[in-house]
Design a protein around this ligand. Structure first.
Ligand SMILES: [Zn+2]
Length: 235
């Protein structure tokens, strides 16, 4: 695995004659197959020379996946903190809302003329509020564990990262999509970003810190890599 210009590249060395670069569905995994004799620097140069093509491919996969994903109709699967629910769309004349009353359904109450964008917004606001509750608990837990203060912890829709941080200003941004993931994965992203307060780079020291404070990180990370929307550049 190499990270080149922010992209994680899977490198396969095998007995072939030519270099083959591919971007694969469903989420635009990048793979380079090279003859055994080709060194890392040559791979790096190749990837850089094709970077705009790679970008285009990745965007294509992301759009396909997103478009085929949500229609906000009854019977559609939606994930909420790692668990799958079926959407139940219910017409109401009062204020639109989202409720989860059983472990099978997400009830979406909408007005007769509610359009797609409005439905998306109602669901997103629900996810955001629920994620905020869980994040604030995790924030307290980890601030006291690591003896740091997070000045600002916000939630944002992001396409390419699960989380990001500004270690100098002690700010952390968390991807709204995490509301679909198990709580351990959310916790892992928060801890990952928090550890950047002590170590900005993904180096040996970073790995040492994450292993000490959140040894189950590998499991949490593998769950995240299965989903559609992007990844943090973990290196
Ligand atoms: Zn990081």
């Amino acid at each position: 695995m190499m990270t080149i210009m922010g992209y994680d590249i899977n490198i396969i060395r095998k007995g072939i004659k030519n270099i083959h670069l591919g971007v694969y569905p469903p989420n635009g995994r990048i793979r380079v197959a090279v003859p055994e004799s080709v060194d890392d620097e040559a791979i790096r140069l190749l990837v850089i020379s094709r970077i705009s093509w790679i970008k285009k491919q990745k965007i294509k996969f992301l759009n396909q996946e997103r478009q085929s994903k949500r229609k906000y109709i009854s019977g559609e699967s939606h994930y909420f903190f790692g668990k799958r629910y079926l959407l139940k769309v219910i017409e109401t004349t009062s204020k639109p809302k989202v409720e989860i009353k059983s472990n099978k359904y997400i009830d979406l109450y909408i007005n007769k003329d509610t359009d797609y964008n409005k439905k998306e917004k109602i669901i997103e606001e629900f996810y955001r509020a629920e994620l905020r509750i869980r994040l604030s608990k995790l924030k307290q837990k980890w601030e006291s564990k690591l003896k740091v203060n997070i000045e600002e912890l916000s939630i944002k829709k992001m396409k390419t990262k699960w989380g990001t941080c500004n270690p100098d200003k002690k700010k952390i941004l968390i991807n709204l999509e995490l509301a679909k993931k198990p709580i351990q994965s959310i916790e892992y992203i928060l801890v990952h970003e928090l550890i950047h307060f002590f170590e900005k780079k993904h180096n040996e020291n970073f790995r040492k810190l994450i292993n000490r404070h959140y040894p189950q990180w590998k499991q949490a990370q593998s769950e995240l890599n299965n989903i559609i929307l992007g990844y943090c550049n973990w290196g």
